[in-house]
Ligand binder design. Sequence first.
Ligand code: FES
Ligand SMILES: [Fe+2]
Length: 347
Amino acid sequence: MKVLLNHWYVVLQPQEVGRKPLTVERFGQPLVFWRGSDGQLHAQHDRCPHLGASLGAGQVVEDRLVCPFHGFRYDGDGRCRHAPALGKNTTPPKGLVLKTFMVREAHDLVWLWWGDPALASPDLPFFALLQQGWQHYTVSTQWPVHYTRAIENQLDVAHLPFVHRTTIGAGGRTLVEGPYVEADERGVRVWVSNHVDDGRTLRTQPQLAAAFQGHEPSLDLRFPGCWLLSISPVFKNFLAFVPVNERCTRYYLRSYFRFGPRWLARPLGWLISLSNRYILGQDRRVVITQTPADSGDAHHDQLTGADRAIAQFRRFHSLLLQRQASTLSPPLSRAISDAAEQQSSRS
Ligand code: FES
Ligand SMILES: [Fe+2]
């Protein structure tokens, strides 16, 4: 599956992985997660290098992942430490190595480095303002959509009065002022206000830039797929988009809040999550109908001024993809980026 390489991705929540191996699909690949006796988390390709069996049906014994087929035992670095058929006194062949991924547990999420381990960044694409002092409650769901469409849906500031007419889009505020958008290789930041269309003249981008200066963005997307919606100073929604495969994306939607007493946090979180689920369901009905699946192939989409955030996401997402292609084949990538530049100078 084509995704941005050399980034930290949210792949799971820590409590989803225990001592029992867990197989999940991420980036179009089967991955197996398990914990050693000290709780340390390991992430490996879920394909035994012996005869290709899934290790998710195996077990963890003495800090080794044991294949259910012939009992070969792999350590957290992926080396086969014991092949029972060869006996205790034989060192397993060197080729029996399980591909192993770098993982970190931070901010109550599991992050996996997808790309070259030598290039791993010390920084996670998380939001500094969420690091302390919040209660949070998470809902997860999986949609049959490509991750680009999933992300763009959450950068779309024009769909609210239609898709969410009965919830967060009530009031008929169809007129989109802005959005004012700043974007770069780290992500996309969006400032917007929606109004009832009373015939007013929309402010220009420089006027909006001046008006929003010093304000937190309404929406903040960090590549490859962490998103923040600022609802109020005490209430934020965070969403991690997890590429499962070309046709499927997993969502971890987490509300962060700091109101109400601590003992009320769980019931409050649960109530908020009910509403989040309902609102996401409204999006889902429409997003699953979009074609083509990958917005990178949607050359016929006619974006308008209200879609600036989506346009900027596409621009930088494709720029990052082109750049990684250039590390593989410089002449090909030069041709792609020349074509992209011509395209952007035309638009
Ligand atoms: S397939 Fe895993 S030990 Fe044989
Ligand atoms: Fe929506």
